[in-house]
Design a protein around this ligand. Structure first.
Ligand SMILES: *Cc1c(COP(=O)(O)O)cnc(C)c1O
Length: 455
């Protein structure tokens, strides 16, 4: 960052804002991007430069950055009733309507909704619900939580324990009793000569062995993203959920679908569990639940878990848990509008319409000799860089290949996300054909430039 502009937005950001998930070496060299506003899928920095945001903010700004209907809804609700909670049997009308809507659009015939302020809090809350249910039903030892390596379930202490990424270890996590099964990424983790069907069978066998080793009566629940998002857009191997869900059911282990990214259209259907054809016991939602216009998380309990939670909570007199701003009337009004916008104003249709073009573009880029794999479903995808395509050998870590690609994109006015050795794309649902062409043209230029330097 040029130090002659100590008073720049970039220096001021650096001086007093602590960034999450930011590489300090790069940020000191390049400076942050300080943004002022957005228009459609574009964001604008303090210098007036525009960027096509191919990550929808953090997966969530699916309706773009200036959707007039969402803005009007927020303004109207702020004027009508700008804040309330859901404690002590008091709650807003908007909250009642959103719960009805969420159960209606869920895969469940019936159910109940609980509100948080984020996806992490929703996962933490779901774990506490399971712990309470099992304890009150006479199985207090049933506390272990199963997730997978590379899973991302959030960053509060419990959610970070569920997250299967190495960076949680610096904090002394995971907490005891949080177990991580293998990541069902066939391209990277398939053994020499192993077919995809054999790989899936191996994932299922590992689950059986884990349950046998730990004891089913010590396991409170299993959580999975239908497609791992922040783990690198990992689409599970063929038949994965069909192989593992029956095993979990056989042992009475609740299946929780973390749909924080996949939910509300990202995979081409309303829910990721629809796309991958399995029925969970509960759904965790956040991010595009409000199209990113309000911080909100929700747990949608299917009929069985909601009955069980109701019963045990009546025994303890109350469910001793909640968040001050959970079920906030403005957030609920925005979520109702966002669901309507995505499902009824053509955004979900646009995801399905754009997917073939998106995937054709990815396939074309994957012909590059330094792209090992493209993977994705609907409007979420990753391109994984390799130094050798045949052996899938990654580039040396110190080359920071994906960071360099992302920075080269930023220079051209395209935002995409480096993740391990991959580049992640999750365009907003409002993207047009022309904007998608712009995205691929800029990305290709960035890839060619960086690979020419490092390969
Ligand atoms: C982002 C994310 C979370 C955490 O949500 P926050 O709102 O950041 O706490 C949980 N699960 C998944 C799948 C996510 O992508």
């Amino acid at each position: 960052m040029p130090d002659d502009i100590a008073n720049s937005w970039e220096s001021r950001a650096d001086a007093h804002t602590f960034y999450g998930f930011t590489d300090f070496a790069t940020i000191h060299a390049r400076g942050p991007v300080v943004l002022t506003h957005g228009k459609g899928p574009y964001v604008f920095d303090v210098h007036g430069k525009s960027y096509l945001d191919a990550n929808s903010g953090l997966w969530n700004m699916v309706a773009g950055f200036d959707h007039p209907g969402l803005i009007a809804t927020a303004q109207e609700q702020y004027a009508r009733f700008p804040g309330y909670h859901t404690f002590f049997g008091r709650l807003s009308d908007q909250t009642v309507m959103l719960s009805e809507k969420l159960v209606e659009v869920s895969p469940f015939e019936d159910g109940k909704v609980f509100y948080t302020n984020s996806g992490s809090e929703a996962n933490d809350t779901m774990v506490k619900m399971l712990w309470l249910i099992w304890a009150m039903e006479g199985q207090p030892q049933r506390r272990k939580i199963l997730t997978r390596v590379n899973a991302y379930h959030g960053m509060t202490a419990v959610a970070a324990s569920m997250t299967g990424k190495p960076y949680v270890r610096a904090f002394g996590l995971p907490l005891p009793g949080f177990l991580h099964l293998s990541c069902p990424h066939y391209w990277r983790n398939g053994a020499e000569g192993e077919t995809e069907a054999q790989f899936t069978a191996r994932m299922a066998a590992e689950l059986e062995e884990t349950i046998a080793r730990e004891g089913a009566d010590t396991i409170a629940g299993f959580f999975a993203e239908p497609v791992m998002g922040a783990g690198g857009v990992i689409v599970p191997s063929d038949g994965y959920f069909q192989a593992i869900v029956p095993i979990l059911r056989k042992h009475g282990i609740p299946v929780i679908s973390d749909e924080v990214i996949c939910g509300f259209g990202r995979t081409g259907n309303t829910w990721g569990c629809e796309t991958f054809n399995f029925m969970p016991d509960a759904i965790i939602s956040s991010k595009n639940l409000t199209a990113g216009f309000f911080p909100m998380g929700a747990i949608i309990l299917g009929p069985e878990l909601s009955d069980r939670l109701q019963k045990v909570s009546e025994q303890t007199e109350e469910f001793g848990h909640g968040f001050t701003a959970g079920g906030h009337p403005v957030g609920c009004a925005i979520a109702l509008k966002a669901i309507d916008v995505v499902m009824n104003e053509g955004l979900a249709d646009n995801v399905r319409k754009l997917t073939p073009k998106f995937q054709a573009g990815l396939k074309k880029l994957a012909q590059n000799r330094n792209i090992g794999e493209w993977r994705g479903v609907g409007l979420m995808a990753a391109l994984e860089a390799v130094s050798d395509k045949a052996t899938k050998r990654p580039f040396d870590g110190h080359l920071n290949v994906s960071d360099r690609i992302a920075n080269a994109c930023t220079d051209q006015g395209l935002i995409c996300r480096p993740l391990g050795q991959s580049i992640v794309l999750a365009p907003p649902f409002i993207m047009t054909d022309d904007q998608m062409d712009e995205m691929f043209t800029k990305l290709e230029t960035a890839l060619n430039g960086v690979f020419a330097e490092v390969a």
